[in-house]
Ligand binder design. Structure first.
Ligand code: ADE
Ligand code: ZN
Length: 326
């Protein structure tokens, strides 16, 4: 009530959103019809029933089929614009948007089609709504290094429209070091670097994200709490963690939001932010994530303000941009 009102009013940045994870079931069916694509579900309700996930992999299996309805530049534009309007309604003023090019190029969609559609939506949303949005290309870690290198080659042709490179998909068995050379090249090209780590994978994967890849932020990072030395390192260097409470609940990273580690992370001096991850699949956009975790952990108004403020500190913004956005 009061808490939800505060959450709604605060300006925020969203730093962990997979644009393909904002594809709502209704849009999945609308685009399937538009593009004459057959789906393994016969209704919106049947698709929603498939959203009972036991693990990250259960989710990814549905996520990659869901995104197969995205074919034309117009589809990517519609997807991103719908998300940016929704984020704007949540008082999000700055978005760093992940996208998964290999989820599309593997189906024969051109890299350009994806980037053109997404970036056109970002430009339009900035002009019409004032919301700032940039693109971070993620490497699918379940695929091999050569595929990642080819994807980076394609990104280099769009260096002006992509600000960073991230790492996502099936974490277990796919350590960050698998992509050491890809990230070294991305760094040389001037991209900011990010990686999902410690969502399901061990603390060692968070160490690798920091020390082998050299990331500026860790996405999730929950399991870092199992290693006190790692926690001290993250706190000392103020490495932001982009935490996603409803995702963690729906993917069984936590069994109950009341057991979510967000409060412990804050108490240990970690630079935590609250984000939605894949809002269409996990039951809520960024304000829903703030409200749900604040209620479950009984966070105070000043905790909520600190989390919203932290999203600006963790964002890839200059001080001047930060001042202008606030
Ligand atoms: N791709 C989309 N959402 C993801 C998540 N939470 N973890 C890993 N890969 C993802
Ligand atoms: Zn994610």
């Amino acid at each position: 009530p009061d808490r939800d009102h505060l959450v709604a009013c605060l300006p925020k940045c969203e730093l962990h959103i997979h644009i393909e994870g904002s594809l709502e079931p209704e849009m999945v069916f609308a685009l399937a019809r538009r593009n004459h694509i057959r789906l393994p579900w016969d209704s919106v309700e049947a698709l929603r029933r498939a959203y009972a996930f036991g693990s990250l992999q259960d989710f990814l299996d549905v996520y990659y089929v869901g995104m197969s309805v995205l074919v034309t530049e117009h589809d990517f534009y519609d997807l991103a614009l719908a998300y940016l309007r929704r984020a704007h309604a949540d008082n999000v003023v700055h978005v760093e948007m992940f996208f998964d090019p290999q989820g599309h190029t593997s189906r024969g969609i051109a890299f350009d089609t994806v980037v053109n559609g997404l970036s056109r939506a970002c430009t339009q949303a900035r002009e019409e709504l004032g919301i700032r949005a940039s693109l971070i290309m993620c490497v699918l870690r379940h695929l091999d290094e050569a595929d990642a290198q080819r994807t980076l080659d394609a990104a280099l042709a769009h260096r002006d429209r992509i600000v960073g490179v991230g790492l996502d998909s099936s974490e277990k068995g796919n350590p960050p070091e698998k992509f050491a050379r890809v990230f070294a090249r991305a760094r040389d090209a001037g991209f900011s670097l990010f990686a999902h780590a410690g969502e399901e994978g061990p603390p060692d994967y968070v160490w690798q994200a920091l020390d082998v890849l050299g990331v500026a932020r860790v996405d999730h990072g929950n399991r870092a709490l199992e290693d006190d030395v790692l926690v001290a390192r993250l706190a000392r260097d103020r490495v932001p963690l982009t935490v996603c409470p409803l995702s963690n609940l729906r993917l069984r990273v936590v069994d109950d939001l009341r057991h979510h580690p967000l409060r412990h992370m804050m108490e240990k001096g970690l630079a935590v932010t609250v984000n939605s991850d894949d809002p269409a699949y996990f039951g809520g956009y960024v304000n829903d994530n703030f409200s749900a975790v604040a209620r479950a952990l009984d966070l105070s108004a000043s905790d909520i303000v600190a989390l919203a403020r932290s999203s600006f500190t963790a964002a890839m913004m200059t001080d001047a941009e930060r001042a202008a956005a606030l």
